[in-house]
Design a protein around this ligand. Sequence first.
Ligand code: F6P
Length: 361
Amino acid sequence: MKRMLRVALVTSGGDCQGLNAALRGVGKTLYEKVDKVEIYGMYDGYRGLIECDYKFMEPKDFSGILTTGGTILGTSRQRYIPGKDIVDNNGNSVLPDMLHTYNRLNLDCIVIMGGNGTQKSAKLISDYGMNVITLPKTIDNDIYGTDITFGFQSAVDIATNVIDYIHSTASSHGRIFVVELMGRDAGWLTLNAGISSGADVILIPEIPYDISKVADVVEKRRKSGRSFSIIACAEGARSINDEVLDEEASRKKKENSHYPTVSYRIADELEKLTGQECRVTVPGHYQRGGPPCPYDRAIATQFGAAAADMIIKQEYGRMVAIQNGKLTSIPLEDAASKTKFLPVDHPTIKLARDIGISFGD
Ligand code: F6P
């Protein structure tokens, strides 16, 4: 390609492992394949795009970052009104400011890396007339249209490690442990970490739990001589009683609850039902920190390189994806339209049930 290509890079929303590897994949591929290219790294997610705050990225900026955690560009969460607008804290649209930056830098394309919220915002940016390509990143693995997101596998590794460590102390004390893992809407992380670490019960948002059934599992284990139990619980897990509440009632119940998170309620209820000591462990953002695992380094690099190739071919308005193990891309419209929940008949759920793991249902 002979003409000058100008590309902006944005990392938006919650960070995860592999963001720097993906930035490096885009940057290295563009510098390798394009004669004249200018790359702008926008600071702090959409804020950099709104305020035209950026760093001009030379080839050396993409070196030495493959294995590093977080994002070298910084990130932030941006408010959006689904399907309508991206707004600032006063509710004013920021799309005109973004377009202003786009025109000022004379951009050919913005590469945006993000989770579900970011994909929705990216669709609005694309509809507003800017060329956009997105990459699917999140530890939640809940982006529609891709089998896997980068960040997910690293978080599974960390969460598995947390439960592995909890096992020995749970066993020494004969306690029940509720380990709360990230995932507000989808249970991919909890399911995979739960299976990999040998959890006895896995509670996920997609399968409402009955606390008496969870207590039965603990009791059954105790009667068979196993004095401890491990419950892997997603932060978005819901009981069968909460399942019937509408969004507003559920929000109010959470607000008025004296339990900081769902795990504390589960632990309290289990203690009362079983008489057994119960503890809670919440690894929280630890799951999003640190270096990407080798698998995430590889797929983030692939996603990044694929985005660069799509820029060269001018295939805009799409999200890079992996489907059936193959690298592909899908229209942004599809990626932004749905959340990829864990199907309750997923083979991994069946596997878990086959080996005796309970979902509290
Ligand atoms: O979407 C990624 C995620 O880590 C979720 O699993 C979690 O619910 C949320 O972000 C936490 O958000 P924040 O970093 O804003 O506290």
